[in-house]
Design a protein around this ligand. Structure first.
Ligand code: ZN
Ligand code: ZN
Length: 232
């Protein structure tokens, strides 16, 4: 079956379509790094840490994204929705870890200091635009692969209580209303509450989804929640 799929959909670079690679070296080097910003006010912040004045009891503690949502990174993320892409996810996670090692983000410092103890990777549950027909959650796959590579625990700690409307046409407050109460803690999490969370999503757009997830986690005992996305 895989052989047939490979014939039908040969492995090609998401950027330049070159064969036999999911993401070629040139296209990887074209990923533009984002400026690190505070997840509350989205202004520049050292290491992506939430500014002290922006700190909220149930808010995110920081945000780190691999690159800007454009070009080959944008193509790669779009392709994740087809599901048949574990190789591509693997490549993206490799790039992410490589950037981490290179730029030593603040969140990685914290994780290393704690030796990973108490840190758990939790994905944002399935996105609205996927419906649930495919049942494929790219954030969950990113989280699982990352957890294996860096040795942190993984948990499907959140679930959706309802499917929200498309966020695309909604603005500011409308988006917030739409996403409010869309998540709850899953039984897995309640059994084993985790103090520090690395919350995974593919793209940071307005941040309303990730902020809402952080709120639910913190209301349920999380001490620290960092958002990690492939793009912003
Ligand atoms: Zn390429
Ligand atoms: Zn701020």
């Amino acid at each position: 079956m895989n052989f047939l799929l490979d014939l039908l959909f040969p492995k090609r670079c998401v950027g330049c379509k070159k064969l036999d690679t999911y993401f070629c070296k040139d296209c990887i080097s074209n990923i533009l790094q984002t400026d690190l910003v505070c997840p509350k006010c989205e202004k520049l912040a050292v290491g992506g840490q939430t500014h002290p004045i922006c700190k909220r009891k149930f808010g995110l503690d920081g945000l780190w994204s691999l690159g800007i949502y454009q070009g080959s990174l944008r193509e790669a993320i779009k392709q994740l929705k087809y599901g048949r892409v574990s190789g591509l996810v693997e490549t993206l996670v490799d790039i992410l870890v490589e950037y981490w090692v290179k730029y030593q983000p603040f969140v990685l410092d914290q994780i290393s200091k704690d030796k990973g103890v108490g840190w758990t990777i939790i994905p944002v549950p399935l996105h609205w635009w996927r419906g649930n027909d495919r049942g494929f959650n790219q954030s969950s796959l990113i989280g699982q692969i990352l957890s294996k590579k860096i040795g942190l625990a993984y948990c499907d700690g959140l679930k959706r209580t309802r499917y929200t409307k498309s966020q695309v046409k909604l603005k500011g407050f409308g988006r917030h209303q739409n996403i409010k109460d869309a998540f709850e803690i899953s039984p897995d999490y309640t059994l084993n509450p985790v103090p520090y969370t690395l919350l995974i999503d593919d793209v940071w757009t307005t941040g309303s989804t990730l902020r809402e997830c952080a709120y639910v986690l913190k209301r349920n005992g999380a001490k620290k929640v960092w958002a990690l996305t492939l793009a912003r």
